[in-house]
Design a protein around this ligand. Structure first.
Ligand code: HSE
Length: 403
Protein backbone atom coordinates (compact mmCIF):
# COMPACT_ATOMS: atom_id res chain seq x y z
CA UNK A 1 0.00 0.00 0.00
CA UNK A 2 1.57 3.33 -0.99
CA UNK A 3 -0.63 6.20 0.11
CA UNK A 4 -3.50 5.26 2.38
CA UNK A 5 -6.60 6.95 1.03
CA UNK A 6 -9.10 6.98 3.83
CA UNK A 7 -12.86 7.16 3.58
CA UNK A 8 -14.03 8.30 7.01
CA UNK A 9 -17.52 7.52 8.27
CA UNK A 10 -18.60 9.69 11.21
CA UNK A 11 -17.41 13.18 12.07
CA UNK A 12 -18.46 13.61 15.67
CA UNK A 13 -16.09 13.88 18.64
CA UNK A 14 -13.91 10.93 17.60
CA UNK A 15 -14.11 11.58 13.84
CA UNK A 16 -12.88 15.15 14.30
CA UNK A 17 -10.10 13.85 16.56
CA UNK A 18 -9.04 11.44 13.81
CA UNK A 19 -8.98 14.25 11.27
CA UNK A 20 -6.57 16.21 13.49
CA UNK A 21 -4.35 13.24 14.36
CA UNK A 22 -4.04 11.92 10.78
CA UNK A 23 -3.11 15.43 9.65
CA UNK A 24 -0.13 15.40 12.03
CA UNK A 25 1.09 11.88 11.28
CA UNK A 26 3.67 12.29 8.52
CA UNK A 27 4.81 8.67 8.62
CA UNK A 28 1.32 7.34 8.07
CA UNK A 29 1.30 8.57 4.44
CA UNK A 30 -2.42 8.69 4.94
CA UNK A 31 -4.94 11.16 3.68
CA UNK A 32 -8.62 11.52 4.42
CA UNK A 33 -10.21 11.64 0.96
CA UNK A 34 -13.87 11.82 1.92
CA UNK A 35 -15.95 12.08 5.08
CA UNK A 36 -19.48 10.73 5.24
CA UNK A 37 -21.79 12.38 7.78
CA UNK A 38 -25.51 12.09 8.54
CA UNK A 39 -26.14 15.83 8.62
CA UNK A 40 -24.08 18.07 6.32
CA UNK A 41 -25.18 21.33 7.94
CA UNK A 42 -24.43 20.39 11.57
CA UNK A 43 -21.99 22.89 13.13
CA UNK A 44 -18.54 21.38 13.79
CA UNK A 45 -15.46 22.69 15.60
CA UNK A 46 -13.02 21.31 13.01
CA UNK A 47 -13.17 22.99 9.62
CA UNK A 48 -12.60 20.85 6.53
CA UNK A 49 -12.22 21.78 2.85
CA UNK A 50 -15.45 22.15 0.93
CA UNK A 51 -16.27 18.99 -0.97
CA UNK A 52 -14.72 16.63 1.58
CA UNK A 53 -18.04 16.03 3.30
CA UNK A 54 -20.81 13.93 1.82
CA UNK A 55 -23.99 12.40 3.18
CA UNK A 56 -24.01 9.58 0.64
CA UNK A 57 -22.32 6.37 1.88
CA UNK A 58 -21.75 5.19 -1.70
CA UNK A 59 -19.53 8.21 -2.46
CA UNK A 60 -17.00 6.39 -0.31
CA UNK A 61 -17.93 2.74 -0.76
CA UNK A 62 -17.95 3.00 -4.58
CA UNK A 63 -14.77 5.09 -4.85
CA UNK A 64 -12.03 2.75 -6.11
CA UNK A 65 -9.26 5.13 -4.97
CA UNK A 66 -10.25 4.67 -1.32
CA UNK A 67 -8.24 1.79 0.09
CA UNK A 68 -9.12 2.02 3.79
CA UNK A 69 -12.41 2.73 5.53
CA UNK A 70 -12.32 4.26 9.00
CA UNK A 71 -15.70 3.92 10.67
CA UNK A 72 -16.65 5.79 13.85
CA UNK A 73 -20.37 6.43 13.40
CA UNK A 74 -22.57 6.74 16.44
CA UNK A 75 -25.09 4.12 15.44
CA UNK A 76 -24.54 0.38 15.61
CA UNK A 77 -26.89 -0.46 12.71
CA UNK A 78 -25.29 2.05 10.34
CA UNK A 79 -21.88 0.81 11.48
CA UNK A 80 -22.83 -2.80 10.67
CA UNK A 81 -24.08 -1.82 7.21
CA UNK A 82 -20.96 0.20 6.38
CA UNK A 83 -18.45 -2.30 7.75
CA UNK A 84 -20.01 -5.36 6.13
CA UNK A 85 -20.43 -3.53 2.79
CA UNK A 86 -16.76 -2.53 2.82
CA UNK A 87 -15.50 -6.00 3.80
CA UNK A 88 -17.63 -7.60 1.07
CA UNK A 89 -15.92 -5.28 -1.43
CA UNK A 90 -12.55 -6.46 -0.07
CA UNK A 91 -11.76 -3.05 1.42
CA UNK A 92 -10.10 -3.16 4.87
CA UNK A 93 -11.78 -1.33 7.73
CA UNK A 94 -10.69 0.28 10.99
CA UNK A 95 -13.63 0.63 13.38
CA UNK A 96 -14.21 1.87 16.91
CA UNK A 97 -17.78 0.64 17.23
CA UNK A 98 -17.71 -1.78 20.17
CA UNK A 99 -21.48 -2.34 20.29
CA UNK A 100 -21.56 -3.43 16.67
CA UNK A 101 -18.39 -5.51 16.85
CA UNK A 102 -19.39 -7.28 20.07
CA UNK A 103 -22.75 -8.27 18.59
CA UNK A 104 -21.49 -9.42 15.17
CA UNK A 105 -17.92 -10.58 15.70
CA UNK A 106 -18.33 -14.20 14.45
CA UNK A 107 -19.83 -12.94 11.18
CA UNK A 108 -17.21 -10.20 10.86
CA UNK A 109 -14.43 -12.77 11.30
CA UNK A 110 -15.99 -14.94 8.61
CA UNK A 111 -16.29 -11.97 6.21
CA UNK A 112 -12.62 -11.12 6.70
CA UNK A 113 -11.70 -14.71 5.79
CA UNK A 114 -14.08 -14.99 2.86
CA UNK A 115 -13.14 -11.68 1.25
CA UNK A 116 -9.47 -11.87 2.25
CA UNK A 117 -9.46 -8.50 3.94
CA UNK A 118 -9.06 -7.05 7.43
CA UNK A 119 -11.03 -5.37 10.17
CA UNK A 120 -8.96 -3.74 12.93
CA UNK A 121 -10.58 -2.36 16.09
CA UNK A 122 -8.09 -1.66 18.85
CA UNK A 123 -9.88 1.68 19.34
CA UNK A 124 -13.06 -0.16 20.32
CA UNK A 125 -11.66 -1.22 23.68
CA UNK A 126 -10.02 1.05 26.25
CA UNK A 127 -9.35 4.07 24.02
CA UNK A 128 -5.62 4.66 23.85
CA UNK A 129 -4.55 1.43 25.61
CA UNK A 130 -3.34 -1.14 23.06
CA UNK A 131 -5.09 -4.06 24.67
CA UNK A 132 -6.43 -6.02 21.68
CA UNK A 133 -3.25 -6.29 19.65
CA UNK A 134 -1.25 -7.21 22.75
CA UNK A 135 -3.67 -9.97 23.71
CA UNK A 136 -3.70 -11.23 20.13
CA UNK A 137 0.06 -11.28 19.62
CA UNK A 138 2.03 -11.23 22.84
CA UNK A 139 -0.33 -13.24 25.03
CA UNK A 140 -0.65 -16.00 22.47
CA UNK A 141 0.06 -18.84 24.89
CA UNK A 142 -1.69 -20.95 27.50
CA UNK A 143 -0.57 -18.89 30.48
CA UNK A 144 -3.28 -16.26 30.59
CA UNK A 145 -5.60 -16.57 33.60
CA UNK A 146 -7.50 -13.33 33.76
CA UNK A 147 -8.10 -9.96 32.15
CA UNK A 148 -9.83 -7.58 34.48
CA UNK A 149 -10.24 -3.86 34.63
CA UNK A 150 -11.97 -0.57 34.26
CA UNK A 151 -13.03 -0.43 30.62
CA UNK A 152 -15.43 2.50 30.69
CA UNK A 153 -14.12 6.03 31.11
CA UNK A 154 -17.46 7.75 31.74
CA UNK A 155 -18.61 5.61 34.66
CA UNK A 156 -15.13 5.80 36.13
CA UNK A 157 -15.18 9.56 35.77
CA UNK A 158 -18.55 9.72 37.55
CA UNK A 159 -17.42 7.43 40.39
CA UNK A 160 -14.20 9.44 40.83
CA UNK A 161 -16.10 12.72 41.07
CA UNK A 162 -18.56 11.25 43.54
CA UNK A 163 -15.97 9.44 45.70
CA UNK A 164 -13.06 11.85 45.64
CA UNK A 165 -14.77 15.20 45.13
CA UNK A 166 -18.15 14.66 46.81
CA UNK A 167 -19.93 15.76 43.66
CA UNK A 168 -23.50 14.81 42.85
CA UNK A 169 -23.90 11.83 40.53
CA UNK A 170 -26.13 13.72 38.05
CA UNK A 171 -23.68 16.65 37.77
CA UNK A 172 -20.76 14.28 37.19
CA UNK A 173 -22.69 12.46 34.47
CA UNK A 174 -23.51 15.73 32.74
CA UNK A 175 -19.84 16.72 32.82
CA UNK A 176 -18.80 13.33 31.37
CA UNK A 177 -21.17 14.05 28.49
CA UNK A 178 -19.85 17.59 27.99
CA UNK A 179 -16.27 16.34 27.93
CA UNK A 180 -17.12 13.89 25.15
CA UNK A 181 -16.48 10.72 27.16
CA UNK A 182 -20.04 9.41 27.33
CA UNK A 183 -21.96 7.60 24.62
CA UNK A 184 -24.80 9.58 23.00
CA UNK A 185 -27.07 7.38 25.12
CA UNK A 186 -25.14 7.43 28.42
CA UNK A 187 -27.16 4.53 29.82
CA UNK A 188 -24.73 2.32 27.84
CA UNK A 189 -21.92 3.67 30.01
CA UNK A 190 -23.60 3.66 33.41
CA UNK A 191 -25.53 0.42 33.03
CA UNK A 192 -22.38 -1.48 32.13
CA UNK A 193 -23.13 -2.32 28.49
CA UNK A 194 -20.20 -0.37 27.07
CA UNK A 195 -17.89 -2.33 29.39
CA UNK A 196 -19.67 -5.54 28.40
CA UNK A 197 -19.11 -4.97 24.66
CA UNK A 198 -15.42 -4.30 25.29
CA UNK A 199 -15.15 -7.39 27.48
CA UNK A 200 -16.66 -9.59 24.75
CA UNK A 201 -14.09 -8.33 22.23
CA UNK A 202 -11.26 -8.74 24.75
CA UNK A 203 -12.34 -12.32 25.49
CA UNK A 204 -12.16 -13.31 21.82
CA UNK A 205 -8.55 -12.10 21.73
CA UNK A 206 -7.65 -13.37 25.22
CA UNK A 207 -9.12 -16.87 25.15
CA UNK A 208 -10.33 -17.39 21.58
CA UNK A 209 -13.97 -17.73 22.64
CA UNK A 210 -16.93 -15.59 21.60
CA UNK A 211 -19.76 -15.19 24.11
CA UNK A 212 -22.85 -13.19 23.08
CA UNK A 213 -24.00 -10.20 25.19
CA UNK A 214 -27.23 -11.74 26.53
CA UNK A 215 -25.34 -14.64 28.11
CA UNK A 216 -23.26 -12.38 30.35
CA UNK A 217 -24.29 -10.88 33.69
CA UNK A 218 -24.00 -7.09 33.44
CA UNK A 219 -24.76 -4.66 36.23
CA UNK A 220 -23.90 -0.96 36.24
CA UNK A 221 -23.62 1.98 38.61
CA UNK A 222 -26.92 3.74 37.86
CA UNK A 223 -28.45 2.97 41.27
CA UNK A 224 -25.45 3.63 43.54
CA UNK A 225 -26.35 5.96 46.40
CA UNK A 226 -24.85 7.61 49.48
CA UNK A 227 -25.33 4.47 51.64
CA UNK A 228 -23.14 2.42 49.30
CA UNK A 229 -20.53 5.14 49.12
CA UNK A 230 -20.43 5.49 52.91
CA UNK A 231 -20.21 1.71 53.29
CA UNK A 232 -17.22 1.59 50.93
CA UNK A 233 -15.51 4.54 52.62
CA UNK A 234 -15.92 2.97 56.07
CA UNK A 235 -14.09 -0.08 54.75
CA UNK A 236 -11.43 2.18 53.17
CA UNK A 237 -12.41 1.02 49.73
CA UNK A 238 -13.66 2.56 46.50
CA UNK A 239 -16.38 1.21 44.24
CA UNK A 240 -15.35 0.85 40.59
CA UNK A 241 -17.19 -0.58 37.60
CA UNK A 242 -15.13 -3.64 36.74
CA UNK A 243 -15.30 -6.04 33.79
CA UNK A 244 -13.54 -9.36 34.06
CA UNK A 245 -12.89 -12.58 32.22
CA UNK A 246 -11.25 -15.20 34.40
CA UNK A 247 -10.30 -18.84 34.11
CA UNK A 248 -11.84 -20.80 36.97
CA UNK A 249 -10.12 -24.08 35.99
CA UNK A 250 -8.12 -25.38 33.04
CA UNK A 251 -11.39 -26.20 31.28
CA UNK A 252 -13.70 -23.32 32.23
CA UNK A 253 -13.78 -19.55 32.38
CA UNK A 254 -16.33 -17.03 33.53
CA UNK A 255 -16.98 -13.37 32.74
CA UNK A 256 -19.18 -10.57 34.06
CA UNK A 257 -19.46 -6.80 34.51
CA UNK A 258 -20.29 -5.48 37.97
CA UNK A 259 -19.40 -2.68 40.37
CA UNK A 260 -16.74 -3.94 42.72
CA UNK A 261 -15.29 -2.98 46.09
CA UNK A 262 -11.65 -2.19 45.41
CA UNK A 263 -9.06 -1.99 48.17
CA UNK A 264 -6.09 0.43 48.05
CA UNK A 265 -3.63 -2.40 47.38
CA UNK A 266 -5.13 -3.04 43.92
CA UNK A 267 -3.78 -1.40 40.79
CA UNK A 268 -7.23 -0.27 39.68
CA UNK A 269 -7.84 1.59 42.96
CA UNK A 270 -5.78 4.49 41.60
CA UNK A 271 -7.37 4.53 38.16
CA UNK A 272 -9.48 7.66 38.31
CA UNK A 273 -11.44 10.02 36.09
CA UNK A 274 -11.77 8.94 32.46
CA UNK A 275 -8.72 6.67 32.68
CA UNK A 276 -8.99 2.94 32.10
CA UNK A 277 -6.81 0.27 33.69
CA UNK A 278 -6.44 -3.34 32.65
CA UNK A 279 -4.80 -6.02 34.79
CA UNK A 280 -3.58 -9.07 32.89
CA UNK A 281 -2.79 -12.02 35.11
CA UNK A 282 -1.08 -15.19 34.09
CA UNK A 283 0.79 -18.19 35.31
CA UNK A 284 4.52 -17.46 35.63
CA UNK A 285 4.27 -13.68 35.50
CA UNK A 286 1.52 -12.91 38.04
CA UNK A 287 0.13 -9.48 37.14
CA UNK A 288 0.79 -6.87 34.49
CA UNK A 289 -1.00 -3.57 34.40
CA UNK A 290 -1.90 -1.30 31.48
CA UNK A 291 -3.14 2.20 32.23
CA UNK A 292 -4.24 5.04 30.01
CA UNK A 293 -6.97 7.34 28.78
CA UNK A 294 -9.96 5.28 27.82
CA UNK A 295 -12.28 7.90 26.39
CA UNK A 296 -12.18 11.23 24.59
CA UNK A 297 -11.48 12.38 21.05
CA UNK A 298 -7.67 12.32 20.90
CA UNK A 299 -6.95 9.16 22.96
CA UNK A 300 -9.38 7.23 20.78
CA UNK A 301 -8.02 8.85 17.61
CA UNK A 302 -4.48 7.80 18.60
CA UNK A 303 -5.61 4.19 18.67
CA UNK A 304 -7.31 4.56 15.29
CA UNK A 305 -4.05 5.97 13.92
CA UNK A 306 -2.18 2.91 15.22
CA UNK A 307 -4.58 0.67 13.36
CA UNK A 308 -4.18 2.78 10.21
CA UNK A 309 -0.39 2.41 10.52
CA UNK A 310 -0.79 -1.32 11.16
CA UNK A 311 -2.67 -1.61 7.88
CA UNK A 312 0.30 0.09 6.17
CA UNK A 313 2.24 -3.02 7.12
CA UNK A 314 -0.57 -5.35 6.07
CA UNK A 315 -1.41 -6.30 9.65
CA UNK A 316 -4.59 -8.27 10.38
CA UNK A 317 -5.88 -10.21 13.35
CA UNK A 318 -5.48 -13.91 12.75
CA UNK A 319 -7.78 -15.10 15.57
CA UNK A 320 -5.31 -17.92 16.13
CA UNK A 321 -6.69 -18.79 19.55
CA UNK A 322 -10.12 -19.54 18.07
CA UNK A 323 -8.57 -22.47 16.26
CA UNK A 324 -6.82 -23.99 19.26
CA UNK A 325 -7.87 -27.51 20.27
CA UNK A 326 -8.15 -26.83 23.98
CA UNK A 327 -10.15 -23.71 24.53
CA UNK A 328 -11.85 -23.22 27.89
CA UNK A 329 -15.65 -23.24 27.92
CA UNK A 330 -17.76 -20.36 29.22
CA UNK A 331 -19.48 -21.09 32.52
CA UNK A 332 -21.71 -19.21 34.95
CA UNK A 333 -21.52 -22.03 37.48
CA UNK A 334 -19.32 -20.08 39.87
CA UNK A 335 -20.03 -18.62 43.29
CA UNK A 336 -19.53 -14.89 43.85
CA UNK A 337 -19.58 -12.96 47.09
CA UNK A 338 -21.72 -9.84 46.68
CA UNK A 339 -23.04 -6.82 48.53
CA UNK A 340 -26.74 -6.20 47.89
CA UNK A 341 -28.41 -3.01 49.16
CA UNK A 342 -32.19 -2.95 49.01
CA UNK A 343 -35.36 -1.72 50.71
CA UNK A 344 -38.37 -3.71 51.85
CA UNK A 345 -38.54 -6.80 54.04
CA UNK A 346 -39.56 -9.26 51.33
CA UNK A 347 -37.12 -8.21 48.62
CA UNK A 348 -34.62 -10.97 49.34
CA UNK A 349 -37.19 -13.77 49.11
CA UNK A 350 -36.63 -14.48 45.43
CA UNK A 351 -32.84 -14.15 45.52
CA UNK A 352 -31.21 -17.54 46.15
CA UNK A 353 -28.25 -16.69 48.36
CA UNK A 354 -26.23 -19.76 49.34
CA UNK A 355 -25.31 -18.09 52.61
CA UNK A 356 -25.35 -14.65 54.15
CA UNK A 357 -22.32 -13.53 56.11
CA UNK A 358 -23.36 -9.98 57.06
CA UNK A 359 -26.74 -8.29 57.25
CA UNK A 360 -27.88 -4.76 58.08
CA UNK A 361 -31.53 -3.81 58.54
CA UNK A 362 -32.68 -0.26 59.24
CA UNK A 363 -35.54 2.07 58.49
CA UNK A 364 -33.68 3.71 55.58
CA UNK A 365 -32.06 0.80 53.86
CA UNK A 366 -30.93 -2.81 54.22
CA UNK A 367 -27.98 -4.67 52.90
CA UNK A 368 -26.63 -8.18 52.91
CA UNK A 369 -23.29 -9.61 52.00
CA UNK A 370 -23.29 -13.22 50.96
CA UNK A 371 -22.53 -15.89 48.41
CA UNK A 372 -24.58 -16.50 45.30
CA UNK A 373 -24.13 -18.35 42.02
CA UNK A 374 -23.48 -16.23 38.95
CA UNK A 375 -26.12 -18.29 37.09
CA UNK A 376 -28.66 -17.24 39.76
CA UNK A 377 -27.72 -13.58 39.39
CA UNK A 378 -28.39 -13.96 35.65
CA UNK A 379 -31.74 -15.59 36.37
CA UNK A 380 -32.68 -12.76 38.79
CA UNK A 381 -31.69 -9.97 36.38
CA UNK A 382 -35.15 -8.43 36.36
CA UNK A 383 -35.52 -8.38 40.14
CA UNK A 384 -32.05 -6.85 40.46
CA UNK A 385 -32.88 -4.07 38.01
CA UNK A 386 -35.15 -2.44 40.63
CA UNK A 387 -33.99 1.22 40.94
CA UNK A 388 -33.98 0.88 44.76
CA UNK A 389 -31.35 -1.85 44.62
CA UNK A 390 -27.58 -1.78 44.22
CA UNK A 391 -25.32 -4.78 43.76
CA UNK A 392 -21.53 -4.96 43.95
CA UNK A 393 -18.98 -7.73 43.77
CA UNK A 394 -16.66 -8.44 46.68
CA UNK A 395 -13.70 -9.92 44.85
CA UNK A 396 -12.57 -13.42 45.60
CA UNK A 397 -10.25 -15.77 43.81
CA UNK A 398 -11.30 -18.75 41.81
CA UNK A 399 -8.09 -20.71 41.54
CA UNK A 400 -6.05 -21.79 44.54
CA UNK A 401 -3.00 -20.68 42.70
CA UNK A 402 -4.21 -17.09 42.83
CA UNK A 403 -3.34 -15.83 46.25
N1 HSE B 1 -18.22 6.02 26.34
C1 HSE B 1 -16.98 5.33 26.29
C2 HSE B 1 -16.33 5.44 27.67
C3 HSE B 1 -16.10 5.92 25.25
O1 HSE B 1 -16.78 6.25 28.47
O2 HSE B 1 -15.41 4.69 27.95
C4 HSE B 1 -14.87 5.12 24.96
O3 HSE B 1 -15.18 3.84 24.49
Amino acid sequence: MNTINIGLFGFGTVGQGIYKVIGRAANAHAEIKRICVRNLSKPRTVEVPAGLLTDNENDILDDPSINLIVEVVDNAEASYRIVTSALKRGVPVVSGNKAMIARHLPELIELQRRYDTALLYDASSCGSIPVIRNLEEYYDNDLLLEVKGILNGSSNYILSRVFDHNEEYAAALERAQQLGFAESDPSFDIEGFDSLFKLIIITVHALGVYVSPEQIFTYGIATINSHDIRHAREKRMKIKLVAQVVKVSDERFTMFVMPEFVSPSKYIYSVDDEYNGVVIRGECYDRQFMFGKGAGALPTASSILSDVMARRHGYRYEYKKMGYMNRPAYSTDVVLRVYLRYTGRDYLDGIPFLNICEMHLSEDFNYVMGDIRLSDLLACREQLSDPRVFLANIPRFFLELDE
